[in-house]
Design a protein around this ligand. Structure first.
Ligand code: ADP
Ligand code: MG
Length: 628
């Protein structure tokens, strides 16, 4: 047996790092600004604990393009490096000075906001530069040094004459990366990744008007001066405590986050945990209506104020992807791939924490101001309903904040609804029947019938309602949902006194056969019922189960794929006690009889929105003829 060490040669690894370290070359700027930020925050920390005896001042980071020399400069006023430190931190690939710092000062620096992690970030510079220079002067009393490397493992290190503390990184941009010498491109990157980083970042200058001196002439022109153009907000709202922020501050931050978003958010949720992991953030409920697809303005993920991604699938529970806002956690690794993120234990915990927090917030919102909550319900319900069907933990808490609106504009919590209907709306199996409609206009006739009998009809109109109902029925005891057109109301809800039949059995048999023959359509099952004589004579219903399955199929999910298409199936409920039924029975002439039945069927179809195309045209033409 032989044992030994695998020989990794730097010459071979280096090009690999350049090529495969990051899929996106543009992140080099994020990495270098993160290092500049770390250098500044480290110095701040050392000053705070008295280990560095220098003036901290108001340090900033400057990004500069030199088009002539084809260089990009990142300049900081942080702690700098001595020659020895450059050897230690830069020349050792995959040795993280950031981690070392956090380890060394772990008692005090835990919340210092240091970003670095893997000791690889710096080398991302070689993805876009053919040569990189570091000119750096430590805050310690040591000569400044200049490190140069052209992307081969060879470097040079020499003393130089920089006098101010801090580091300047100079990238000699490669031929294939000249886009990074373009101001707009750099501006775009800074806005994307660095907009909320904690140290002010200067990119170019801008002019500013000075205030007019007191007593200045009315037509006096204010003097203008050149000032630093700072591209970031170093203290974004989520880093502050909720007690420091007003509602306006939250709204203002929303627009800062999404400058192209003109609508106001409905609610915000400020997240703030430090155990068992660190996480801060603000989530916003936008006005959603019944819209399940949002493509732009998604939740943004940050690590210590550095933008990581807005692809938050797997980190944020699915239903909350409909929200907007930011989540910031130092526990979310910057450099790793999506699949890694999703498998990460910390990330899973984050997801369940957010779910819980949103549930708690909803419960407190409805308690604080029910009126306001009710008004906003229509725009937030889709998130809540989606959460109920997809997150068990959320569902368990949901009775506290889920509203069930009626067609009359009432809003019930589940318990309130039950109190209202438990004794009055039961079916023959003893289950409580929750009547609902998915469309007030289309199901008007049916709603009307139910209301005349004094029943409550809920308005449940979002596309995922079929799934939600399924869930509610399977977890609540003795509950059954029925859409108002699922059957005649007398069959849906048990009546105390039975209705006396006007027709005898033979008459009923004859009537049924006559109608079946005339209708002659497999889609319709004729169902003769003894109803009040004032009830509608012909009515089309759709059995709840089949219709619901079809709806679920249409919205996808719920394990409904691959079940094939459900056939269209309806019941034609005929009121055997109606005058029309008697009339049909009495009519001897077959043609007349069939005309009556056909006309009644058309009317029934019309009220279920089923009369279309040629059938509709014929119906209208005939109706006009009959008017004459
Ligand atoms: P990480 O940031 O994960 O530690 P990097 O490869 O980005 O790894 O950087 C390596 C190390 O080089 C840093 O930890 C730091 O010690 C040093 N360094 C890089 N840039 C600077 C800078 N601008 N000022 C001071 N030190 C720096
Ligand atoms: Mg770094």
């Amino acid at each position: 047996m032989a044992k030994g060490n695998i020989n990794v040669s730097v010459e071979n690894i280096f090009p690999l790092i350049k090529k495969f370290l990051y899929s996106d070359h543009e992140i080099f700027l994020r990495e270098l600004i993160s290092n500049a930020t770390d250098a500044t925050l480290k110095l701040k920390h050392l000053c705070t604990i008295g280990e560095a005896k220098v003036e901290y001042g108001n340090p900033k980071i400057e990004v500069k393009i030199d088009k002539e020399n084809k260089t990009l400069h990142i300049i900081d006023q942080g702690l700098g490096m001595t020659g020895e430190e450059v050897e230690k931190y830069i020349n050792q690939v995959a040795f993280s000075g950031a981690e070392e710092f956090l380890e060394k000062y772990k008692d005090t620096a835990k919340d210092s906001g240091i970003i670095g992690h893997f000791g690889l970030g710096f080398y991302s510079a070689f993805m876009v530069a053919k040569e990189v220079e570091i000119i750096t002067k430590s805050y310690k009393d040591a000569p400044a040094v200049k490190w140069t490397c052209d992307g081969s493992p060879e470097f040079s290190l020499e003393e130089t004459n920089k006098t101010e503390r801090g580091t300047e990184i100079i990238l000699h941009i490669a031929e294939d990366s000249t886009e990074f010498l373009d101001e707009f491109r750099i501006k775009e990157l800074l806005t994307k990744y660095n907009k909320f980083m904690p140290v002010p970042i200067k990119f170019g200058n801008k002019t500013e008007e000075l205030p007019l001196p007191e007593g200045a002439a009315e037509d006096a022109k204010p003097e203008t001066v050149e000032v630093d153009n700072i591209i970031n907000n170093p203290n974004p709202a989520w880093t502050k405590s909720p007690s420091e922020l007003s509602e306006e501050d939250y709204t203002k931050f929303y627009h800062e986050l999404y400058p192209m978003q003109f609508e106001e958010p409905l609610f915000n949720i400020h997240l703030n945990v430090d155990y068992p992991f660190n996480l801060t953030g603000i989530l916003y409920f936008p006005k959603l209506g019944n819209n399940l697809n949002i493509e732009k303005d998604k939740i943004q993920l940050y690590q210590n104020q550095v933008f990581v991604t807005d692809e938050v699938k797997g980190i944020v529970p699915d239903f909350l992807m409909l929200l907007r806002g930011v989540i910031d956690s130092p526990d979310i690794p910057l450099n790793v791939s999506r699949s890694y993120l999703q498998a990460d234990g910390a990330v899973k915990k984050i997801s369940s924490y957010i779910t819980k927090k949103v549930a708690d917030k909803m419960a407190s919102l409805i308690n604080q101001n029910r009126e306001d909550y009710q008004q906003k319900w229509n725009d937030i319900k889709i998130v809540i309903e989606y959460g109920m069907i997809s997150e068990e933990k959320f569902y368990e808490k949901s009775d506290k904040f889920v509203l069930y609106p009626t067609t009359d504009g009432q809003f019930y919590l589940w318990e309130e609804l039950m109190e209202k209907i438990k004794s009055t709306q039961t079916n023959k199996d003893g289950n409580t029947v929750v009547l609902y409609t998915s469309n007030v206009e289309e199901q008007h006739t049916y709603i009307q019938t139910a209301k005349e009998k004094g029943y409550e009809v809920l308005l449940l109109d979002s596309p995922i309602v079929p799934h939600l109902i399924q869930k509610l029925e399977s977890t609540k005891e003795k509950i059954q949902f029925a859409r108002v057109d699922a059957d005649h109301i007398n069959n849906l809800i048990k009546k105390d006194e039975p209705i006396i039949s006007k027709l005898n059995d033979t008459e009923k048999e004859n009537l049924k056969t006559a109608i079946e023959t005339a209708v002659n359509d497999k889609k319709f099952t004729v169902q003769l019922e003894d109803l009040d004589s004032s009830d509608i004579p012909f009515m089309i219903t759709q059995p709840e189960f089949i219709r619901r399955m079809k709806d679920m199929q249409a919205t996808g999910g719920g394990g409904m794929f691959g079940m094939g298409n459900f056939p269209e199936m309806y019941n034609l409920v005929v009121n055997a006690n109606s005058n029309l039924a008697g009339e049909i029975l009495k009519t001897e002439n077959i043609e007349d009889k069939n005309t009556k039945i056909a006309y009644a069927l058309d009317l029934a179809k019309l009220s279920q929105n089923l009369l279309k195309g040629k059938e509709l045209t014929d119906f209208i033409t005939n109706s006009f003829k009959n008017l004459k």
